[in-house]
Design a protein around this ligand. Sequence first.
Ligand code: NAD
Length: 366
Amino acid sequence: MRRSSRKLRAGVIGTGMGRYHMEGFATHPNSELLAVCDLNVPEAQAFADKYGAKHVFRDYRKMIAMEELDIVAVATPNYLHPKMTIAALKAGKDVLCEKPIAIRLADAEAMVRAAKRRGKRLMINVGMRFDPVHEELRQRVGRGELGKVYYARSHWIRRKGIPFADFPPTGEMARGEWFVKKRQAGGGALIDIGVHLFDLAWWLIGSPRPTSVLASMYSELLPDRLAKVGVRGDVDDLATALVKCATGQTIFLEVSWDAHQLPHLGYELFGTKAGAAWQDWEHKATLYQDTKAGKPTQKVIRPAGKTPSAYWHFVDSCLDRRRKMNASGEELLQVARVLDAIERSQKTGKAISLQGSGRPSAGGCG
Ligand SMILES: NC(=O)c1ccc[n+]([C@@H]2O[C@H](COP(=O)([O-])OP(=O)(O)OC[C@H]3O[C@@H](n4cnc5c(N)ncnc54)[C@H](O)[C@@H]3O)[C@@H](O)[C@H]2O)c1
C-alpha cells in the first residue's frame, strides 16, 4: 500500500462522463473527491457540492498543480486527452483517462512513455471489460475451455445513435458538438464505440499481437442527419475491419452509429472445442458445444456478483502498486495502433501491415 494513513485525493476534469468518475472516487472507502474542473463552472460546482469536493476549477492546469492531489481523471473531448494526461503525469499524479486514449498514435505513445518515465499509473476507461460475464469468458478462454479460439466477431450497430443528432445535448454525456468533428473527436463510430468493441474481443481472446488490418469506413447517413439539426460533421458513421494476429487468430469488427438495420451489440468467439456468444448488455453469455456423441448443445453462463467499478479498480491499483492493473495505457496503445491502421487502410484502400509494432507487457505501466 502506498499510503495507509489517508485517502487518495482525486480531481476530475470534465462533468459529462466525468460524473461517473466522481461518483466512483467519492464512494470508494479509500479515496475522496477533492476537486472538479470544467469550463462550465456552475456545473462543476454542482458536482463538487454533490460529492463534497472542496475545490472547483475552470483551468485544469491549476487543478493538477495542487500538491495534495494524488489522482486525476481526464473525461474531456478526445483531442484534450494527451495534453491533460501528460501534464497530470508530469505533476506526479496517477491518471485514469477516458477512451480513446488519444486521437493520434504518436500522442498515445507519448502518454504511455510519460507514465513509464515517472512510474505512474495510466489506466484507460474501457469499462465494458469490467462486466463479470466478459471476465468469466476471458478466464474460460485462458484455461483452454473453448479450445483454440481462432476467430472473433465483434459488432455494435445502432439505429439512430449519432451523438448530437440523436442524443439530447442536455443529457449526461455526449453533449458536445465536438463528437462529430474529426479534429476534436478523431473519428466517429470507430473511435467512439469501435474502440470498446475491438478492445473487448481482443482482450477476450488473449490480447494477441495484431499483424495486419484491412478496413472500410463510411459516412453515408451522418451528414444529412446532422444537417437536420444544423450541425456539420466530418466523421465516419460505419467502420468495418478484419484484423489478423500473429497467433493466426482473426478479429472481425463492425460498428455503426446509424444504419437501416436491426440494432445489435455483441460478440461471438469461435473455438475448436466450444463457441461463446454475448449480446445486448446482458449479464450472461451462451456457450455452444458438442457432446461426445457429436450432438450440438448450448448452455447459458451467468456469473454471480455485481459489476466491479472500473474507478474502484483504478484506486485499488494506485494504492497497491504491485497489483496488475486492467486496461493499462500500454494495452490501449495496442488498440490505438489497430484503430490507426484501420484509418490508414481506409485512406489507402490497402491492407496495412503492423509487423514489428510492440505488444503490451504483462503488468501494464506504472
Ligand atoms: N467509457 C465510456 O463508456 C464513455 C462514455 C461516454 C463518453 N466517454 C468519453 O468521455 C470523454 C468525454 O465525453 P462526454 O460524453 O462526457 O462529453 P461531453 O461533451 O458531454 O462533456 C465534456 C465535458 O468536458 C468539458 N471540457 C471541454 N474542454 C474542457 C477544458 N479545456 N477544460 C475543462 N473542461 C473541459 C466540457 O465543458 C464538458 O462538460 C470522451 O473522451 C468520450 O469518448 C466514454
